[in-house]
Design a protein around this ligand. Structure first.
Ligand SMILES: Cc1cc2nc3c(=O)[nH]c(=O)nc-3n(C[C@H](O)[C@H](O)[C@H](O)COP(=O)(O)OP(=O)(O)OC[C@H]3O[C@@H](n4cnc5c(N)ncnc54)[C@H](O)[C@@H]3O)c2cc1C
Length: 552
């Protein structure tokens, strides 16, 4: 935790130096002593401290300064830090001004210059003031602060990016929080929200993920031109491969376009992953896996999008979104799937402003005491319902079919049945999302009765089936008719190897139609679409990578 600040202000440089020296000697261990040689420069410092969210304990200010007196300085500074203790340094002739300052700026004390010996004439007074201040001091939040409008898609994007990259932040709603409004006015022209203020007091308006990544120190550039293994996608499959690959001595780089954790990272509770009897959140799983992969030396580049893959002799070359390239001997595609878009009026316009794809964990708080809806009937929809039910007044699952039994695990069906504020509407569809700037109502049609009704809704979470991410490899790698990548035995037709296959052996189990390019996890044709199976495939892939590197 940063030390709270004591700020000394005096235009006489010798006096200022002496005050600073005496303050440091007595309080330097517990407080940061700062100084300013005029009221104006002290006010600048105060603004910076405010933007950095630092704690200010005490102003020790000379009354008689040119241009701005001590009392005038305090009048301005106390608007920013109203609870700071304040003491005036005065000469005998200023006694009247000091006494009237007790009324105007509620100074706590005035001290006569000179204050020698400080043990008798300075420290006892300041000890008292500082103890008093410490008794009601709550350390301020020291990380990143995001200030914006609650229902803004841009604010959602920033919050989601930070949360999924495990970067702690404090959210401040500019409409309801006076402190947020003040900070917004201080940082530039107050327009273009969200505003992101960093721990060092610097700030950005409407930051893109790339700019944010640079500010928070995420690595987006590879350190080496070439690696034994490159992995595209840092979901469970990619992360497992990174841990096994790097721990077994392969120089390993992983490219992730959003945030490590993949789909699992957005899951509010994974209850069926081996070794975690009471379940764990996707965020927790991602954090542990990332730490493990890094510990073994994996480089994780994020946010960085693999755009294209090409072959260069024995090397596989990945072109990234910033135009840079990474070369590797073996490549693992673990790009997973994402939710299909719901193509009905209003959805595209309100996505991020009340309509979310798989973002239950990030946005649950905004559903507090409100009505939330979920489209979908799979495990992810069920988990989201359970999580949201802790915040929302009511959660309604809108299901196209007539039951959950075919699509959802029984343990989730049982949990939902026991949760009074979750209900399911079977054979129903959302037909329109309504709202001006943010979702406020949904139109729902019943396929059973034909009834169409419009209901108030603050949030709609969509979990409706998967689409594989294969844009980067589309020209090179064989996929099935739904776009999932074929590998190993699935590439063989009547015992014949795939077209243009150059080697005298069959493709390995998770190898694609290009030797040395492997696939693991949800993006693979025939995959199970579970965390454990993605992790299993990622680990198996490494054994096959070794076989490939050793023998081709
Ligand atoms: C909300 C939710 C809850 C779930 N709950 C459970 C559960 O309880 N139990 C369970 O077993 N399973 C659960 N699942 C399923 C499970 O999360 C997936 O099966 C698993 O995440 C698949 O892992 P993966 O690594 O194959 O792919 P993903 O997790 O999809 O990860 C792929 C990664 O690749 C990245 N990527 C894609 N294209 C590119 C590119 N071109 N360049 C760079 N990066 C790219 C993506 O951004 C993503 O991070 C859940 C899924 C969701 C969405």
């Amino acid at each position: 935790m940063k030390k709270p600040v004591i700020l000394a202000v005096d235009d006489d440089v010798d006096v200022l130096r002496a005050v600073e020296r005496d303050l440091r000697r007595q309080y330097g261990e517990r407080f940061r002593v700062m100084r300013a040689d005029s009221g104006a420069s002290a006010l600048e410092l105060v603004q910076q401290l405010k933007l950095r969210n630092e704690a200010l304990a005490l102003f020790l200010v000379d009354q008689r300064m040119p241009r701005m007196s001590g009392v005038e300085f305090l009048e301005h500074a106390l608007k920013e830090f109203p609870t700071v203790k304040r003491a005036l340094l005065t000469a005998y002739a200023d006694t009247d001004a000091a006494i009237s300052a007790i009324n105007s700026v509620q100074i706590d004390y005035y001290l006569m210059k000179p204050w020698d010996p400080p043990e008798e004439r300075l420290y006892p007074v300041l000890d008292d003031l500082l103890e008093d201040w410490l008794a009601s001091f709550h350390p301020p939040f020291e990380g990143i602060r995001v200030i914006g409008l609650k229902w803004s898609p841009q604010a959602h994007a920033v919050k989601d990016f930070l949360a999924r990259n495990q970067i702690p932040f404090q959210w401040l709603d500019v409409e309801t929080d006076a402190e947020a409004r003040k900070l917004n006015e201080q940082a530039g022209d107050g327009r273009n929200l969200p505003l992101t203020i960093f721990a060092d007091g610097s700030w950005l308006r409407e930051p893109t993920p790339e700019v944010l990544a640079g500010k928070v120190g995420l690595q987006t550039r590879a350190e080496m031109p070439s690696y034994d293994l490159a992995i595209i996608g840092a979901g469970p499959a990619g992360l497992a491969a990174a841990v096994y690959g790097a721990s077994e001595g392969l120089s390993t780089v992983m490219v992730e376009r959003e945030a490590p954790g993949g789909q699992a990272g957005s899951s509010s509770r994974i209850e069926n992953y081996l070794g975690f009897p009471s379940g764990l959140s996707g965020g927790d799983l991602a954090r542990r896996a990332v730490a493990q992969a890094r510990r073994f030396g994996t480089e994780i580049l994020t946010p960085q999008h693999a755009k294209k893959i090409r072959l260069n002799g024995p090397y596989r070359v990945v072109t990234l979104s910033d135009g840079s390239e990474i070369s590797c001997q073996a490549l693992l595609v673990a790009t997973g799937v994402s939710y299909r878009r719901l193509d009905i009026p209003g959805i595209a316009r309100l996505t991020g402003a009340g309509v979310y794809y798989g973002a239950a964990a990030t946005e649950a708080i905004s559903c507090t005491n409100a009505d939330a809806y979920i489209v979908g009937a799979g495990n992810s929809a069920g988990q989201a319902a359970m999580y949201l039910s802790r915040f929302a007044k009511s959660v309604t699952l809108l299901v196209r079919g007539s039951s959950l039994t075919k699509t959802m695990s029984q343990y989730l069906i049982d949990q939902i049945a026991k949760t009074p504020n979750i209900s399911s509407q079977f054979r129903s569809r959302v037909t329109e999302a309504k709202g001006n700037g943010r979702l406020d109502a949904l139109t729902i049609a019943s396929d059973e009765t034909g009834e169409v009704k419009t209901v108030p809704a603050i949030a709609l979470f969509i979990f409706i089936g998967a689409m594989p991410h294969t844009e980067a490899i589309a020209e090179l790698i064989e996929c099935d008719d739904r776009g999932f990548i074929l590998s190993g035995p699935d590439l063989m037709t009547n015992g014949r190897r795939p077209r243009n296959w150059p080697l005298q052996r069959d493709p390995y189990l998770l190898e694609t139609n290009v030797p040395g390019i492997f696939v693991a996890g949800d993006v693979r044709h025939g995959s199970i679409k579970r965390v454990a199976s993605a992790v299993g495939e990622g680990s198996i892939a490494i054994e096959l990578v070794h076989q490939y590197l050793n023998r081709f």
